[in-house]
Design a protein around this ligand. Structure first.
Ligand SMILES: [Zn+2]
Length: 292
């Protein structure tokens, strides 16, 4: 009898020991799960070229008087295990196959080489696979190919959406509301938005350039914290000089957003890519290559 009780005791203790080990393993693997970052890929595409013939538009006062500058116009796609986000779409596709177009006031000369459909095909993504579309803002050089994505959910700040519905936009040459008028699935945002709910892809509200301008933070598993500028700045010198373009929608709000942007960069230790800055564009691997 004694022997039997002993064996039961031993058996129980072996069992509980096994249980404990199992528990440990489970705890360990869940710990590993929480520290492993999701597989995110950031693709960079060419949304056209912008020759700025009158750079002083990007200044208050005469800082850039008589200067000109060649700008790029990147747009991006984020592949996350939970879905695909398209960030901006480049210049109007009507430019493709045509000579560079100079605006009537002579300020800008613009061109675009390839369609967004071709460009996404190069990474095996069809237009209807894009789950979310967001623009840094709705100036025409960012919404040019938007109507290809009418199935996607448009993530837009409420003030930007409201501006798009108003009268003023119709007479302001920086906007082309017809380029995004098929986007019917709308999620209006009132501030920062965590796109996939895990802190890795965050739309950050920084208004001023337009009523609902925003930037995109992507925490890449290898490259690390990455920040796409939208038009917070248009070129590196603009950022260094801390100068606000005269055509911004709201100058004081732009000044506030500039401070918040720089605070956020420090807080996240983020690498900044200015979307119109050619040297930043050339640093990025181009699709089908990607950053991860
Ligand atoms: Zn802009």
């Amino acid at each position: 009898m004694k022997k039997l009780i002993f064996s039961i005791l031993v058996a129980t203790s072996i069992l509980s020991c096994k249980e404990a080990k199992k528990q440990e393993v489970t705890e360990e693997s869940s710990e590993i799960e929480t520290v492993t970052k999701p597989e995110i890929k950031l693709y960079t595409f060419d949304g056209g070229d912008i020759g700025v013939n009158n750079l002083n538009l990007f200044a208050q006062g005469d800082t850039y008087k008589g200067d000109s500058l060649q700008l790029g116009n990147a747009f991006y796609l984020v592949k996350h295990p939970k879905g695909i986000l398209l960030w901006d779409t480049g210049l109007p596709e009507g430019l493709i196959g045509n000579p560079a177009y100079t605006t009537p006031d002579g300020a800008f000369t613009i061109s675009r080489k390839d369609s967004i459909t071709n460009q996404l095909t190069s990474i095996g993504v069809s237009n209807d696979q894009v789950n979310y579309i967001a623009f840094s803002h709705i100036h025409f050089d960012h919404t040019g190919a938007a109507n290809n994505f009418s199935d996607a959910l448009w993530l837009v700040q409420t003030p930007e959406y409201d501006y798009a519905q108003g009268e003023e936009i119709k007479t302001n040459g920086f906007y082309a509301p017809d380029s995004f008028n098929t986007l019917a699935n709308v999620k209006k945002l009132n501030g920062d938005h965590d796109v996939f709910n895990d802190g890795t892809v965050i739309i950050k509200s920084l208004p001023g350039h337009t009523p609902g301008h925003q930037v995109l933070f992507v925490d890449l598993p290898n490259h690390g914290p990455t920040l796409l500028s939208g038009d917070m700045y248009h070129f590196t010198k603009n950022r260094n000089d801390k100068i606000i373009p005269q055509f911004n929608h709201d100058i004081p709000l732009s000044e506030k957003s500039m401070v918040l942007f720089e605070q956020f960069v420090k807080e996240k230790n983020a690498k900044v890519y200015i979307q119109h800055e050619l040297s930043d564009f050339s640093k990025m691997p181009k699709a089908p290559q990607f950053l991860n």
